[in-house]
Design a protein around this ligand. Sequence first.
Ligand code: NPQ
Ligand code: MG
Length: 374
Amino acid sequence: MSRLAEIRLHRIEIPLVRPFRTSFGTQETRDVLLVQAVTQDGVSGWAECVAMEWPGYSSEYVDGAVDVLAEHLIPVAVPDGTLDPHVVNRRLNRLMGHPMAKASLETAVLDAWLRTDGQSLASYLGAVRAEVDCGVSVGIPVDESIDSLLEEVGGYVEAGYRRVKLKIQPGWDVQAVRAIREAWPAIPLQTDANQAYTRADGHVLAAMDPFDLLLVEQPLPEDDLLGHALLAEQIATPVCLDESIISVATADTAIAFKAASIINIKPGRVGGYLESREIHDLCLERGVPVWCGGMLETGIGRAANVALAALPGFTLPGDTSASSRYYAFDITPPFVLDDGRLRVPTAPGIGVDPVPAILDELTTWSAVIDLASV
Ligand code: NPQ
Ligand code: MG
């Protein structure tokens, strides 16, 4: 079997169509690290590291991901150029933390391996759907006005999105949810606090129960599973966890202790697509619905997420939006919404490639790691 010859890292800066504000900060451009795993036969596997430029969502950040990949993960996981993603997974598990950086390396190898084999990622993971239902994540308007919010949501509803997720924080919650619910009485609606509330805020979160929300995502700090379990007893809206779920074990714990009745699976957060599939399998067995989260991915990360979202347990629409939700020009041919859905790629591996001229134009830094030298 062919082996890997080198790993290429590409860092790009890609403008967002509008600033994206959450409870932890505002992003205006996306600083994205791409990993390219090149075989001796010249086949390239691609993956996107979902770490942000600064440690706002989790402790990882792009400079840190570049360092840990070059100095630790690549030398430990692929010094012999192995193309076997399960071997890579086992070796990466010997190092602590850094799930987003690990996921990007493992996924690039997985993509190269699948392309060599001619199998699509969706087929390898066990997809049962040819297209997936899409939702959209709506940031806090920079001017904090309800008019701006309704205008933005109106555009997404018009575009056909099947579910709206509203970013909330103390002071931007009940009124905003009420305004959307009054304007669109039947749209599937949910909220995401990114850990912005405290255990004492149960009454504020309960005040949104009358608006028929699908779920509230990560209201409390990521380490507070007990707080989420206590909150779940105080509110009618189902509690969904994002940041708290970093592995199969944390998913199992959260479900058993009733800290979550729905789980958001983000491959970067849990260390890759192999771990994601295991969490999916566990949740399916437990009757816990899952959906695929998003990290403002370009077409590279989006393609793999759409494949994952085609698994049977992904019964809620994901944050797998169209390319145009975030980018005027994606680095792959764009993912376009068709009746509120995206088609699952069927070509080998993740099924898409960066467009070389666009990649070149957006690249701010790149490096080649020759595996003969690590
Ligand atoms: C979430 N994503 O579900 C995240 C958080 C998030 C689509 O709501 C730059 C890069 C800015 C990644 C802001 C969505 C980001 C980011 C928010 C991820 O919690
Ligand atoms: Mg979230």
